[in-house]
Design a binder for this molecule. Structure first.
Ligand code: UN1
Length: 502
C-alpha cells in the first residue's frame, strides 16, 4: 500500500492582551517561514490592526495602577522567575531564534544568554532604583528625588535579535513599573510569542505585558499616536526611527531610538594582525552582518595593507556558509527575501561605483542554498568615502576596505558617515589608542576588540543618525523608563517668615 505523506498541521499563535491569548480583530493570520527553508512554515501569526493596538493599550492602562504600586523588589521577583524559566527553556528559545531568524545556533544561544543577563541585571535594580537626597537651602526641610514609572510604554523591536532586544527593553521597563505593548518585527513573531510565554509563566499580572504581532506601519502608528502611550523604545532603521521620534516629540512622549550603523575598524600598522583579523572577520560576517554593530568598514594603515588584504581574503574564503542549525556553519542565510534583494542590490551598486570586488559577491544557489537566502561573504577594496557602499547601512555580509596614510586620516574616514554607533581600533600604541578614543564619533568605542556587542550593565547606543534619546541598558535604562520626581518636605512646626521660596 502506498504511504501517504505526513502533513504536520501548522499551529496558529495569538496575540496576548490583558492576560488572554487573543485573536486579531482582523480575523486574519499570516505564515512565517524559515530563512534556511522557505518551504517550512513555522506557524501562523495574527495580522493585527490599529484596533488590536488600541485594545492592547487599554489593557496596559488598566494594569498600570496595580503594577506601578507593586513594590519594585516584588516586581523583581517576577523577573527572577522569568530568568529561571528562560534558563530551563533556553534550548527551545535558541532553536526558535535560529529557525525563525536564521542565525547560527551558537549565536542564538548567546542571544538567549544575553537576554538572561539583562533580566538578571534589571531585577537587581528592584532593590536599588536610586534617587538622591541633598541638603535643602531651608532649615527643617528635606529634599530628595524618587522615581515613578512613565506609564504605558510601547516596545517596537527588530527581527535580528528577536529575543535579546525585546528583553533588554522590557526588563528595565518592567522593573520601573511600566506596563507594555510589545510590537515585534513582522518576520519574527514566533520568538516574541515564546518570550511573552516566559513572562506569563513567571506570573506577570494580566495586562502588564501585551503582545501584538503583524505588519509594522499601521499598528506602530496607532501606538505612537495614542495619547495613553507615554514612552516609546524603538530599535530599527534610521528612517522609521526618525519618524517615530518626530511624532513622539509632537505629542511630548519620551522616545528612545536605536538605529543604524556603518561601523568602522581602524587597523594601525603596529597592531597584532592575527588578533585584528579575527575581530574583523567576526565583526563583518558573524550573524551574516545583520547586526547594527556589524563591522562594515575597515580602514587600514598603508604599511600593512597588502599583507592584511591577503590574509583577510584567505580567512574569509574559509568561512562555511550554510543552515544555522548545522554545527559547522559560520555564515547563515539572510533573514528574508527582501534582505537578500537589498544586499544583492548593494553588491551591484559597489561594482557600478568602481569599487574592486576582492572576494565573494555571489548569490549562492543550488542544493540546500535554493531553500534559503544565501549570499557569499563579500569584500570590496578601493572604496572611497563618497561611494554609497561606504556611506549607507547594508545590513549584510559586505565589508568595504579603505587605505589611510595615518591615524588622523583613518579617523577622518571613520567619521565621514552620518552614523556613529560602534567603532574599533587595533593598535598596541597607547597614545594613538587614546587619540582615537578622544576623536572618533561613535557611542561605543572598542580597542583591540570587534565592533560587536556590549555588556548589559553598560550603556548601549550611538551618536548622530545611530541613536536619539537615552541610551539602552546600564543605569541609563532606568533613567529612560522612569520619571524623576523632586520632593520638598517642610517639617518646621511653625509658619515661616519670610515665605520660604523667593
Ligand atoms: C550586538 O551588537 O550584539 O539591532 C547587539 C542591532 C543592535 C543590537 C546589536 N540593536 O543589531
Amino acid at each position: 500500500m502506498a504511504s501517504t505523506p505526513e502533513t504536520t498541521p501548522v499551529a496558529t499563535y495569538r496575540n496576548y492582551i490583558g492576560g488572554q491569548w487573543t485573536e486579531s480583530q482582523s480575523g486574519r493570520t499570516y505564515p512565517i517561514t524559515s530563512p534556511a527553508s522557505k518551504q517550512t512554515v513555522l506557524g501562523e501569526f495574527q495580522t493585527s490592526t490599529p484596533a488590536d493596538a488600541l485594545q492592547a493599550v487599554a489593557a496596559a492602562e488598566a494594569a498600570l495602577e496595580g503594577w506601578a504600586n507593586t513594590p519594585a523588589p516584588a516586581r523583581a521577583q517576577v523577573l527572577y522567575r522569568a530568568l529561571e524559566i528562560m534558563g530551563r527553556r533556553s534550548d527551545e528559545l535558541a532553536r526558535t531564534i535560529t529557525l525563525e531568524e536564521g542565525k547560527p545556533l551558537a549565536d542564538a544561544r548567546g542571544e538567549v544568554r544575553r537576554a538572561m543577563n539583562i533580566i538578571e541585571y534589571a531585577a537587581g535594580e528592584g532593590r536599588r532604583m536610586f534617587g538622591y537626597t541633598t541638603p535643602s537651602e531651608l532649615p527643617s526641610t528635606v529634599a530628595y528625588t524618587v522615581r515613578r514609572p512613565l506609564g504605558v510604554v510601547a516596545i517596537i523591536t527588530p527581527w535580528n535579535f528577536p529575543i535579546a532586544i525585546p528583553a533588554w527593553k522590557m526588563a528595565p521597563a518592567l522593573i520601573c513599573g511600566n506596563t507594555l505593548i510589545f510590537k515585534p518585527a513582522s518576520i519574527t513573531p514566533f520568538s516574541a510569542v515564546k518570550l511573552t510565554e516566559v513572562f506569563e509563566e513567571a506570573g506577570l499580572p494580566p495586562g502588564v505585558l501585551n503582545l501584538i504581532t503583524g505588519p509594522g506601519g499601521s499598528v506602530g502608528n496607532a501606538l505612537v499616536e495614542s495619547e495613553a502611550v507615554r514612552g516609546i523604545s524603538f530599535t530599527g532603521s534610521t528612517e522609521i526611527g526618525t519618524g517615530i521620534y518626530a511624532e513622539g516629540a509632537r505629542r511630548l512622549k519620551k522616545v528612545q531610538c536605536e538605529m543604524g550603523g556603518k561601523n568602522a575598524v581602524i587597523l594601525l600598522a603596529d597592531a597584532d594582525l592575527d588578533k585584528a583579523l579575527g575581530g574583523i572577520v567576526q565583526g563583518a560576517f558573524g550573524s551574516t552582518g545583520q547586526r547594527c554593530t556589524a563591522t562594515s568598514r575597515v580602514i587600514v594603515e598603508e604599511e600593512v595593507y597588502d599583507s592584511f588584504m591577503e590574509q583577510l581574503v584567505e580567512r574569509t574564503g574559509r568561512l562555511k556558509v550554510g543552515d544555522g542549525m548545522a554545527p559547522d556553519t559560520d555564515v547563515s542565510p539572510l533573514s528574508s527575501q527582501s534582505q537578500l534583494d537589498t544586499v544583492l542590490e548593494y553588491i551591484g551598486v559597489g561594482a557600478e561605483e568602481g569599487a574592486n570586488l576582492a572576494s565573494g559577491g555571489r548569490h549562492l544557489t543550488g542544493g540546500e542554498f535554493d531553500q534559503g537566502y544565501y549570499v557569499e561573504p563579500t569584500i570590496f577594496t578601493d572604496v572611497t568615502p563618497e561611494m554609497r557602499i561606504a556611506q549607507e547601512e547594508i545590513f549584510g555580509p559586505v565589508l568595504t576596505v579603505f587605505k589611510a596614510k595615518d591615524l588622523e586620516e583613518a579617523v577622518q574616514i571613520s567619521n565621514s558617515v552620518k552614523f556613529g554607533l560602534s567603532s574599533s581600533v587595533y593598535t598596541r600604541d597607547l597614545p594613538r589608542a587614546y587619540r582615537y578614543i578622544n576623536t572618533v564619533e561613535a557611542g561605543m568605542v572598542h580597542v583591540n576588540a570587534p565592533t560587536l556587542g556590549g555588556e548589559v550593565h553598560l550603556p548601549f547606543g550611538g551618536l548622530k543618525a545611530s541613536g536619539v534619546g537615552q541610551r539602552e541598558q546600564g543605569v541609563e535604562a532606568v533613567d529612560f523608563f522612569s520619571e524623576v520626581i523632586t520632593v520638598y518636605i517642610d517639617y518646621a512646626d511653625e509658619a515661616r517668615t519670610p515665605a520660604p521660596f523667593i
